[in-house]
Design a protein around this ligand. Structure first.
Ligand SMILES: Nc1nc2c(ncn2[C@@H]2O[C@H](COP(=O)(O)OP(=O)(O)OP(=O)(O)O)[C@@H](O)[C@H]2O)c(=O)[nH]1
Length: 555
């Protein structure tokens, strides 16, 4: 019997309760105060139920009447995006027309978050393109699908992968921090030292901000707080000399990481750039990180670009994300400057620094971690359902041209046939070379299948029995009659072999893997071994073996 599970979440995640089984696959509604309902069926029902019934990670705030899933960061942007999802209620798939207005909302939300116009424009273009090209996933609402597309594009926009700190292979790693006045450089020095100490690295701070005496005191106090030595020479020495001497001392003490604090300016000026260039030349840093204030939005992104052109930086640290930041900087820095954000600061304490994870940030912005994992699960369940459906069809000898086309198309899209085959126990012998071979032939076969009638696709024996039909398909597809016959043969061969293999597996015989792998080569060279006499007249150039398997099918 089919396993079914229904999960309804109403007043709180902990309040999840099971209700009697219902035959739908899944539904999850996005409302301001949502009740989340999932109805899952198939072999995955119970497993998906367990996964979905675990507490929702994105849920931070609750109302008496329901559950509110909202990111505390970039609240305005999150709210702006919400109105886009709401406009898609009731549509059954995403089209160019019905996403036009939600896209305008998303664009507006990005601009209000202080994302620059060109970045917003290219973001909208790629979301539109991907949203329209996305296949409908059964049980997933179009607005949920759009949430997933927007999430994936946000992740890409912010750099895709986390960008780790690079450490020197030998000698101390030198991290040079630069940035305008008041952005949080000195604080970041201590935060980084604290972070690195937790990683087991020994650190030293170097006070190379000679223009603001208080900066040296501030660094000394912070150094004491996090328990790392601070190297300073007062305000008289040149920053490049201080940095050089600091590095020398760090080497003698075998310190792992040296963090150099430099002076900020009110705005970018030549003196500042020259000074930074000198320090860079003196200590050859492994990392040059520009500290920028998230509150400054797209200006921060432009600044990272300018510093990169002038000095050549390795990344950025975005501070003050705990404040009233609108998100523009986090979203634009990578796109505008080509340099990744490596860390974010979310408070004044030394603990308030964390590596920048684009995927986590996207989820915070959308505030819909639960929807995203739901869509991913539905995708997986669908793949599994496809595989089960396929197995059933094979066993009942109903594998037809529609399935054939579906599978060959799946091959074209990332070789997913091998994944589905891989779900059948003991079946993982389809080699990449075979998949490539199959991919090459997809178009060729598709052109013939596309001109078949719906009946012919459903019942391939119609083509096997009628030479007229095969001739017509050949003519319409611009192929030879023999090529059409070969395609029909292939389908019957594939059906027979898969059936044999399945029967073998059920009877615990060793399945004939080599034969199966052979049969999924999309265009196996079928030799024109023709039947003779009456059979030949009736079935033309179909193979004896295929005629036998057809007989088996019709019995
Ligand atoms: N809320 C919040 N405040 C921060 C953060 N990082 C730094 N600050 C505060 O911002 C102010 C300026 O920080 P500093 O570290 O002195 O900035 P700076 O870039 O070294 O400044 P100059 O030495 O003048 O160039 C201080 O009050 C910090 O406590 C952050 O992530 N969040």
């Amino acid at each position: 019997m089919e396993a079914t599970a229904t999960l309804t979440l109403s007043s709180s995640p902990a309040g999840a309760r099971r209700s009697p089984a219902r035959p739908t696959v899944a539904s999850l509604h996005l409302r301001r105060v949502p009740t989340l309902s999932f109805h899952l069926r198939g072999a995955q029902g119970p497993a998906a139920f367990r996964a979905l019934s675990s507490p929702f990670p994105g849920c931070r705030r609750r109302r008496r009447s329901g559950m509110v899933v909202r990111a505390e960061m970039f609240g305005q942007l999150t709210t702006g995006l919400e109105s886009a999802w709401n406009k898609l209620r009731g549509v059954d798939r995403l089209t160019k027309e019905n996403i036009a207005e939600p896209m305008r909302d998303i664009r507006r939300a990005l601009l209000e978050a202080d994302v620059s116009v060109p970045v917003a424009r290219s973001f909208i273009e790629s979301v539109t393109e991907k949203a329209i090209g996305t296949d409908v996933i059964r049980g997933v609402q179009p607005e949920q699908q759009l949430v997933k597309v927007v999430n994936d594009e946000l992740v890409q926009l912010m750099g895709g992968e986390v960008s780790d700190l690079v450490f020197a292979k030998t000698g101390p790693t030198v991290i040079l921090l630069a940035g305008l006045q008041g952005v949080g450089k000195t604080t970041v020095c201590a935060k980084l030292a604290f972070y690195l100490k937790k990683m087991g690295k020994s650190c030293m701070l170097v006070a190379a901000d000679v223009y603001r005496p208080a900066a040296i005191d501030q660094l000394t106090i912070l150094g004491k707080k996090v328990g790392v030595p601070v190297y300073s020479e007062g305000t008289e020495a040149k920053p490049s000399e201080i940095a050089k001497n600091g590095l020398k001392e760090a080497k003698s003490k075998k310190t792992d990481v040296v963090i150099v604090d430099t002076a900020g300016r009110l705005q970018v000026d030549k003196a500042m750039m020259n000074e930074l260039k000198e320090v860079k030349k003196a200590v050859k840093p492994t990392e040059i990180l520009l500290v920028v204030d998230a509150m400054t939005g797209q200006e921060a992104a432009a600044l990272v670009g300018a510093f990169n052109v002038e000095i050549g930086i390795t990344g950025a640290i975005l501070t003050k994300l705990d404040g009233d930041s609108r998100g523009g900087a986090a979203l634009s820095i990578k796109e505008v400057s080509g340099k990744p954000i490596k860390f974010i600061g979310r408070g004044e304490r030394v603990e308030d620094l964390e590596p920048f994870y684009p995927d986590r940030m996207a989820q915070r912005i959308l505030g819909m971690g639960d929807v995203l994992s739901f869509v991913e699960q539905a995708q997986q369940v669908m793949n599994q359902e496809d595989a089960e459906e396929l197995q059933k069809k094979i066993m009942s000898a109903k594998f037809n041209f529609n399935d054939f086309l579906k599978q060959t198309k799946a091959i074209a899209q990332m070789g997913s046939f091998s994944r589905i085959i891989g779900m059948i126990p003991g079946m993982n012998k389809v080699t990449p070379a075979q998949i490539r071979e199959a991919e090459k032939n997809v178009k060729f076969m598709e052109s013939m299948i596309n001109v078949m009638t719906a009946d012919e696709r459903e019942r391939p024996e119609l083509l096997a029995e009628s030479r007229e039909r095969r001739r017509r398909v050949a003519k319409d597809a611009g192929k030879t009659e023999q090529q059409v016959s070969q395609l029909v043969s292939q389908l019957f061969q594939m059906r027979t072999r898969m059936q044999k293999m399945m029967a073998g597996m059920q009877g615990k015989d060793t399945p004939d893997m080599e034969n199966l792998a052979e049969s999924i080569k999309a265009e196996e060279q079928v030799k024109a071994a023709m039947a003779t006499g009456k059979r030949r007249r009736k079935y033309g150039n179909l193979r004896q073996r295929d005629l036998d398997s057809m007989r088996g099918y019709r019995r």
